[in-house]
Write a protein that binds this ligand. Sequence first.
Ligand SMILES: [Zn+2]
Length: 421
Amino acid sequence: MPQPQLPEPAHAQVDSMLSRKFGKEIANYFSGSPLNRVSFLRTDHAFLSAALRHPSTSFLLFNSLSPLARDPTKLEYASFKDVQPLVGDDPYSKNEEQMVSEYNSSVTVPQLLFLGLDEREKSGFEWTIYHGSPYFALDVTPKGTICSTAEKLIESMKSRGLQFVEGRMHMSLPAEQAAIYAQARALLDWNARNPFCAQCGQPTLSINAGTKRTCPPKDLASLINTTSIGSTTATTPTADRPDCATRKGISNLCFPRTDPTVIMAVVSADSERILLGRQKRWPKYWYSTLAGFVEPAESVEEAVRREVWEESGVTLGRVVIHSTQPWPYPANLMIGAIGQCTPGGEEILLKHDPELEDAKWVTLAEVKEALHVGTSGLGEEAGEGYKEGGLRLPPRTAIANQLLSAVTGGFLEGGNGGSKM
Ligand SMILES: [Zn+2]
């Protein structure tokens, strides 16, 4: 499958002291969204209401986290008219305070997200000083009280020749589409995984246009249940829920997670070789850079040194951050780094942490050759010109590829060595 273009770094042509010293900024796949998120408008329900119903508005639908698409290279969007039977005439008619006070856990509310405005599109949608075509994401997974309406919507999309594309084929989307998809997928996944309050275990309510969740003090569902038991109940029906610590204090909301992960190109002390590792489940000859989660109370540089030592036994000295990549599977921010061995610290020892099946030092020339002919996604064939037995590496959409390109492209000599289009 042809690899998509990477996003263009912001303001790439602007000369500045920083760009002269550190080179061009590197933008990785899944970043570079064309949308202005105008996050401060997420509580403004008059804005959301107008944006939702504007004729230029696009809805990216997900069924069990699979996005609506024409094929794996092109997302497709629904209109307000398409989604109206599911979301209703105006899901933002009440403000957040009313939504919280009228919360009813027995009613399934389809998860809706406001993603942002595409300001490049002169669509006629304006709100105070902001303009552009609005983008929303909607979870149409059939469940609860919306099951049959969601199924009908899914069928109507399929009857147009569209599909909900499963798996990670979204690595084939054009960069801007991939960034919109990543934002939507990460937030829908987080909402789906957090239907209950982590503090008290009661159901939570999505607010802030899908970017926060709250634990309401009342639930009308309990009132309905009490009434249905019959009039003989001795206690007065109440919608009050048990106390929850999240309703006290200042930060009483649940926020989406972003989990920092380090991924690093490791260079030998003499700058001649790169350390690569492989996991057992990967295809034959397929290697990549080492990676791991940042732990609480640990700097990024410390996490890089710790992970490399734990997985390979190699000792790193100086570590620099190269670039970062949002990774929506499910909530990672990959922090790409380049680290160099301390003199004599290159000895490989895999017995600390058995995560890797193998780790080895590879010359810069061999890595450069593999970047040229041996890259592919996991599960795909290697590129044209690849010869069986040669080194295989991740595709350009993965930050590992960018890090290796940087090291083989002159990063160590002071250039930023980013891969070219
Ligand atoms: Zn709670």
